[in-house]
Ligand binder design. Structure first.
Ligand code: NAP
Ligand code: 3JM
Length: 332
């Protein structure tokens, strides 16, 4: 087969729109592209290769003749449709957290564990945005000297929550700058000019589900249950681009110079680390670069095998849509 019928579920969302753009940008071999969303936006149109494609309402029959379905409409939609869809000949790449930890479902970041894709049974999961950028940045270190411990704090942009959250930050910013009381729908507190140490729901252990996703998904992707990981995930009033402060302890010593040389040679990573000229990865740079950006590399002052770094990536592209399309490229 040289061309494929592809469906994008959640095509009108922040991730889905980016998927359609990336399929076009990368020249994915598509015969028919089917765009699906809820009843709310059925009938809307989205441009693909200069043609206006109509969005259809998702239903049980949406996947007849579909070879590859990219799901990005939340975990409830994934749970409802994917088990049925994957029983046919359709291969599903799911962006939600619904099946990520299922032992029969490979969780893939092409730069890190593309070999795991062989094990799929019709469903392949795309990791959480914060996990993807961290594992891309840490994989070269894991391969070179091993990693015993990871301590990560995230600074996640509102686009990670979706289109309604992008609107909420815009509206609240404008309301506050105009001396009006900010209104809120999406987040439990005002997000403009604020930081919320709360992403997804709280679990019984005091961590949020977002923090636990980072912990469990990283171990699964690295195929290593022994790495000690702790995480704090925060939402910041930034539109696009997730940033992460990451501290790791390696098994063997590696110098910062050697690590920089490795990063310079690693595909998918852009080293931005020139403190004399105030150069380091910035969230706004993620609108220009698709690579995972790494900088502020420095040795810890108390632990010879401890390294601190700052990692930034485009959460809608490498953190979601681009990674999903790269998985589809592995399939074809
Ligand atoms: P969004 O901007 O809110 O878009 C949600 C999309 O899902 C819209 O197209 C919406 O259609 C559609 N949808 C919602 N409920 C539906 C239903 N019952 N039936 C059919 N379509 C439905 O959200 P987003 O940021 O694009 O994220 C979408 C999902 O992708 C998330 O919920 C999450 O599971 C996943 N995601 C994963 C990552 C990652 O880290 N890999 C990152 C972000 C998001 P309407 O226009 O009709 O409302
Ligand atoms: C990122 O329950 C839901 O639908 C949450 C949706 C969501 C998820 C998720 O859990 O699938 C929003 C934003 C994610 C994600 O990547 O884990």
């Amino acid at each position: 087969m040289s061309e494929f019928n592809v469906a994008v579920v959640g095509a009108t969302g922040a991730v889905g729109r980016e998927m359609v753009k990336i399929l076009e940008e990368r020249g994915f071999p598509i015969k028919d592209l089917v765009l699906l969303a809820s009843k709310r936006s059925a009938g809307e149109t989205i441009f693909y290769k200069k043609k206006e494609l109509t969005v259809h309402e998702l239903n049980d029959k949406s996947f007849e003749d579909i070879d590859i379905a990219l799901f990005s409409a939340g975990s409830a939609v994934s749970r409802k449709y994917i088990p049925i869809v994957a029983k046919n000949n359709t291969i599903v790449i799911d962006n939600s957290s619904a099946f990520r930890m299922n032992s029969h479902v490979p969780l893939i970041v092409p730069e890190v564990n593309s070999h795991d894709i062989k094990k799929h049974n019709g469903i392949i999961a795309n990791p959480n945005c914060s996990t993807i950028q961290m594992v891309v940045a840490l994989k070269p270190i894991l391969d070179e000297v091993g990693i015993n411990r990871i301590i990560v704090s995230t600074y996640q942009s509102v686009s990670g929550t979706g289109k309604d959250a992008i609107n909420e930050l815009t509206e609240q910013s404008s309301q506050i700058l105009n001396n009006k009381k900010p209104t809120r729908k999406v987040y439990p507190h005002q997000i403009a000019f604020n930081i919320l140490p709360h992403i997804d729901v709280f679990e019984d252990n005091g961590f949020t589900k977002e923090e636990m996703k980072l912990i469990h998904e990283t171990k699964k992707i690295f195929g290593n249950n022994k790495i000690k990981i702790t995480a704090t995930a925060a939402r910041v009033p930034v539109f696009y681009g997730h940033s992460e402060s990451v501290y790791i302890e390696t098994q063997k010593y590696i110098s910062i110079n050697k690590l920089k040389n490795i990063y310079l040679k690693t595909k998918g990573i852009k080293l931005v680390d020139d403190i004399d000229n105030s150069k380091y990865p910035l969230a706004i740079m993620s609108e220009t670069y698709d690579e995972v950006m790494v900088g502020r590399l420095r040795k810890d002052l108390t632990e010879p095998n401890g390294i601190n770094m700052w990692i930034v990536a485009n959460n809608l592209r490498k953190g979601a849509a681009l990674n999903a399309v790269q998985i589809a490229e592995l399939l074809v």
